[in-house]
Design a protein around this ligand. Structure first.
Ligand code: HEC
Ligand code: HEC
Length: 313
């Protein structure tokens, strides 16, 4: 008898709290759609199904999304999701930024970083299939096919290549980013662990890892990556000839990520730096530029903020 009574009290107490919670609900707004993403119907349908709940003004709330405490998490996702990428206000972005966001979106989908995992659990229809990802990739590819390399670009490429080969000598004084990280020429001796093509704006990237990174990858100690791990991501123009063969063109930029969980605690243990053009012009006026880097790497927070998964062997 006694047990049943206390059980009842617990249940009733729980219910009262649960009902009480329903009165503290964050508001999820539905601002007007001012300029929706324009894309072929199959592509658009995928984004609508899997991304629009958090990345548009057309958030479709299911009944369980409205129940506290779930609705708090939903509101947080919708607000920060819209802030980074909003398909409903697509025409506010310059064409280059639209391409950039699209490329980034497809990469997040390939990396399985988006849609968010806890969202997928409740909204299973949002899961992306291999076919969905292939459709998105093909769409990006179609955007570059009508952009063969011009002669000016080809000339710039060979001139820059020769310069690049000598650049160890040319860069005696190492350029330094606003947060104190200098250009590290040694990456040319590191192991290339992955290549990616950013098809939409025609760049090709190679990601190099230093010895610590490579050893960690081989032994599977990658979450978190050990201190001292350093990645370099180098981007070149990608030149396509009329037959569609692709080669690397002019050097565009190099980016670094250096792991030191104490020194770079403010950015989740990673120090960031980017140097642009062969003159290695440091990116960012103040050390705050790193916030932009870590924010975009946020979707892979569960992989220690690293997109690339090096192949184990
Ligand atoms: C449940 C909500 C949710 C869904 C669904 C979702 N995202 Fe996100 N997305 C977020 C949040 C929240 C962020 C902000 C970064 C973070 O905290 O992970 C984000 C960030 C991003 C970013 C980085 C934006 C930037 O530049 O700051 C991209 C790109 C992105 N998502 C693409 C997608 C794509 C593509 C889909 C669909 C395949 C998708 N997302 C589905 C919530 C979502
Ligand atoms: C628009 C989103 C975005 C921003 C902003 C961004 N990154 Fe990345 N970064 C990526 C993606 C996506 C990858 C995965 C490789 C690829 O597809 O190019 C990546 C990969 C990297 C890598 C290779 C290691 C890895 O995570 O795979 C380095 C190094 C890197 N970024 C450095 C930087 C630095 C430095 C900055 C800021 C100056 C920066 N990134 C800003 C999206 C971003």
């Amino acid at each position: 008898m006694k047990i049943r009574k206390s059980f009842l009290i617990v249940i009733t107490g729980g219910l009262v709290i649960f009902i009480g919670l329903q009165f503290i609900r964050p508001e999820i707004t539905h601002p007007p759609v001012t300029g929706d993403l324009q894309a072929p119907p199959d592509v658009k349908a995928i984004f609508e199904r899997a991304c629009y709940d958090c990345h548009s003004n057309e958030t479709n709330l299911r009944w369980y999304d409205r129940v506290a405490p779930i609705c708090w998490r939903v509101a947080a996702h919708v607000n920060s999701g819209r802030a980074g990428l909003n398909f409903s206000e697509w025409n506010k972005l310059a064409p280059a930024d639209q391409e950039g966001k699209l490329w980034e979106s497809v990469n997040q989908a390939i990396a399985k970083a988006m849609p968010l995992k806890d969202y997928e659990m409740l909204h299973t229809e949002a899961k992306l299939s291999a076919t969905d990802v292939a459709i998105l990739k093909r769409y990006l590819l179609s955007m570059v096919h009508d952009r063969p390399a011009d002669t000016a670009k080809l000339n710039a490429a060979s001139k820059q290549y020769n310069y690049w080969k000598k650049s160890n000598v040319a860069l005696q004084l190492l350029p330094k980013a606003a947060n104190g990280i200098t250009y590290i020429p040694d990456y040319k001796n590191w192991q290339a662990i992955s290549t990616t093509e950013r098809l939409d704006n025609g760049t090709m990237r190679v990601i190099f890892g230093n010895d610590i990174a490579v050893r960690a990858a081989h032994s599977g100690r990658v979450n978190p990556w050990p201190n001292g791990t350093t990645f370099a991501k180098v981007a070149w123009d990608q030149l396509a000839d009329k037959e569609g063969n692709v080669t690397t063109g002019a050097f565009k930029q190099i980016e670094y990520m250096i792991k030191d969980d104490r020194k770079y605690a403010a950015t989740h243990g990673w120090g960031f730096a980017r140097f642009k053009t062969l003159k290695m012009v440091p990116y960012g006026k103040t050390a705050m530029f790193a916030t932009e880097c870590i924010n975009c790497h946020q979707p892979v927070a569960n992989r220690d903020f690293v997109f690339t998964s090096p192949l184990k062997n």
